[in-house]
Design a binder for this molecule. Structure first.
Ligand SMILES: Cc1ncc(COP(=O)(O)O)c(C=O)c1O
Length: 261
């Protein structure tokens, strides 16, 4: 990117956006969060003639927050043509009624809109290392110029194609996630632990000394994410598992928190 180029993100955004911004020598503009979620109107206001890219993960990792539908629609409508708006839809399949931006792409109306998807989340195929982008043919043609040749192997492609057709797996995983989220969040309430209501397949929960709690849980064989790197050292991120895994995780959490819980 040219010197002075800016990338607009939200506070508590997915860590990869700041990393790629710095990698390409651009300036990161981080817009303060609103209730831990993206403040899309403020992000729109932060766009200047120097802005080249805006990243919005919706739902967001690590907060699990979902931006209001009308704010997403307004952002997409008002983002200037010269700014690439990347809507990261990694967790979209966990939503019952997501904002559907595909019609805009199909109508060829938004050459500066890129939707990003991955097989790593609801499909459970993170090991394939496969995702895709959906955008206007001109935008995709530009990406093709910098794509590495033969970047996706044929086994990953076969797995992904089979996964796309497996609607039963999707429905099962979505239902497991909804009940698992309810279970985890209800238990946090009973334990008096603050959490951010989640729309993804994980929950951010305030446990005090996040790093220590993660380490204690890991000794019990349960891996969670400490959030110090996101300036949330009092929180950990817990991913929804099967009912048995959720129980095991909560038992480990209670042990790590000590006898008062
Ligand atoms: C918001 C968001 N986008 C994209 C990804 C990328 O996933 P992958 O590189 O496995 O496709 C992740 C994974 O953590 C994510 O949380």
């Amino acid at each position: 990117m040219k010197p002075g180029a800016e990338v607009v993100v939200s506070q508590y955004c997915f860590a990869v956006y700041p990393i790629v911004t710095h990698l390409f020598g651009a300036r990161l503009i981080s817009v303060p969060a609103r209730n831990f979620g993206h403040d899309l109107p403020a992000m729109l206001k932060a766009v200047t003639p120097s802005t080249k890219v805006t990243f919005v993960a919706n739902p967001n990792n690590p907060t699990g927050t979902l931006a209001p539908r009308e704010e997403v629609v307004r952002l997409v409508k008002l983002i200037p043509d010269g700014v690439l708006l990347v809507m990261d839809e990694a967790y979209i399949d966990f939503l019952e009624e997501p904002v559907d931006l595909l019609p805009l792409i199909r109508a060829g109306e938004k050459p500066n809109l890129l939707l990003m998807r991955t097989f790593s989340k609801i499909f459970g195929l993170a090991g394939l290392r496969l995702g895709y982008g959906i955008g206007h043919p001109e935008l995709i043609a530009a990406l093709e110029k910098v794509r590495q040749p033969f970047n996706i192997n044929s086994i990953a492609q076969a797995g992904a194609l089979a996964a796309l057709d497996d609607q039963a797996h999707l429905a099962r995983t979505r239902a497991n996630n909804t009940s698992g989220l309810n279970y985890l969040q209800n238990t946090f309430r009973q334990l008096g632990l603050e959490f951010i209501p989640s729309h993804a397949n994980f929950v951010l929960v305030r446990v005090g000394a996040g790093q220590r709690v993660c380490e204690e849980m890991q000794k019990l064989g349960v891996i969670t994410r400490p959030m110090g790197g996101y300036q949330l050292p009092e929180c950990i991120r817990i991913t929804v598992g099967t009912p048995e895994q959720n129980d095991r995780c909560l038992a480990a959490l209670k042990k790590a928190l000590g006898p008062t819980r």
